[in-house]
Design a protein around this ligand. Structure first.
Ligand code: NAI
Length: 333
């Protein structure tokens, strides 16, 4: 039976990279029933809502969602589609693997780690108020429930993927109550997974160690703000936002998307690199249990990159999005 996939093309280069990923996923041999739904600035202009109810319902009711980047217009009345999706659908875990890719010149080799970020609370709880004029307070909320949920997600991911170690990244030496709770909860969950090693690292030291010896890390779990910052850092270790996939996962719902934005400077020109969204599609295949197809698509992407003949401008080549897509499909056989 075909998987029902909600496809959100989004804004800017979104439709171009979505078309490429869809073509490649189709070529993997897995059956999909794709339905397209609007979100972002285009949806806002069409119906006054950047995340229409119809799109939200489709994400809720589909086997999985593949999403292109959506622009966040500045000004009142326009909420970030990504933040709204995560909050309304309780997509509590942000999953960001960073794995070295062949043919992409970076400062490091053999990086293969995963950042698991808590997506729903911390400083992103949106609880801000004016104490007195000129003084604003933002509340950084850490709950035992959300900490336990994200810790379990990290350990279950580690177990499923045959990973050896989970590292809790925190600032419990200073934020003794909030990060103390996060760390203590991770330690409790670690006891449920004796086969997986556990350690912890203070966030500033983690940033230093990640840029000195990223190969020493396996799975990292952390609260929202630390995860936001360190997951971009880890993308940089393996070639940047253009090649890094991600997933936002809830109890039953999962949204897969590239971590880059709408790239307005190259939108509509056929120059976008679709790698990040294709690799997000690989994560989607694994989520759906289609391991063989996931491995095949990933190997095809890595093969084209390693060969280095048909790569897009951002990676130093001159292939169009379509030429790169065709090269990946040719390798799928
Ligand atoms: P951006 O990621 O769109 O662009 C930064 C630079 O990277 C640009 O020079 C762009 O051409 C290049 N680039 C990005 N993705 C590329 C790709 N796949 N292939 C080739 N080059 C690529 O970041 P920016 O300019 O800060 O944001 C533009 C818009 O995107 C904003 O409205 C922002 O809110 C939105 N955005 C949306 C995200 C999402 O929906 N997940 C994530 C980040 C930003």
């Amino acid at each position: 039976m075909a998987y029902s996939i909600a496809l959100i093309p989004g804004d800017g280069i979104g439709p171009e990279v979505c078309a490429a990923a869809r073509e490649i996923l189709h070529a993997s041999g897995v059956e999909f029933e794709w339905r397209e739904y609007p979100a972002g600035v285009a949806a806002f202009e069409a119906c006054g809502d950047p995340l229409p109810g119809e799109t939200l319902e489709a994400v809720r009711g589909s086997d999985a969602t593949l999403k292109g980047p959506t622009a966040t217009a500045k000004g009142v009345g326009f909420r970030s589609v990504n933040v709204a999706l995560r909050q309304k659908l309780e997509l509590y875990a942000n999953f960001r693997p960073a794995r070295s890719l062949p043919g992409i010149k970076t400062r490091y080799e053999n990086v293969d780690l995963i950042v698991v970020r808590e997506n729903t609370e911390g400083l992103y709880s949106g609880l801000e108020h004016i104490v007195v004029p000129g003084v604003v307070e933002s509340l950084r909320v850490i709950t035992e429930k959300a900490s336990r949920r994200i810790a379990r997600f990290a350990f279950e991911t580690a177990k499923r993927q045959g990973r050896k170690r989970v590292t809790c990244v925190h600032k419990a030496n200073i934020l003794k109550l909030s990060d103390g709770l996060f760390l203590a909860t991770c330690q409790e969950v670690a006891a449920e997974f004796p086969e997986i090693a556990f350690d912890d690292c203070i966030v500033d030291a983690a940033a230093m160690k990640l840029v000195m010896n990223p190969q020493n890390f396996d799975v990292l779990v952390m609260e929202n703000l630390f995860g936001d910052i360190l997951s971009d850092l880890t993308s940089g270790l393996v070639g940047g936002l253009g090649v890094t996939p991600s997933a936002n996962v809830g109890e039953k719902i999962a949204v897969f998307e590239a971590v880059h934005g709408t790239a307005p400077d190259i939108a509509g020109k056929g120059l976008a690199n679709p790698t990040a969204l294709i690799l997000s599609g690989v994560l989607m295949l694994r989520f759906l249990g289609e391991k063989a197809a996931a491995d095949a698509v990933e190997a095809a992407v890595r093969g084209v990159l390693a060969e280095g003949k048909t790569i897009t401008g951002d990676l130093g080549g001159n292939a169009t999005t379509q030429e790169y897509t065709a090269a990946v499909i040719a390798r799928l056989g």
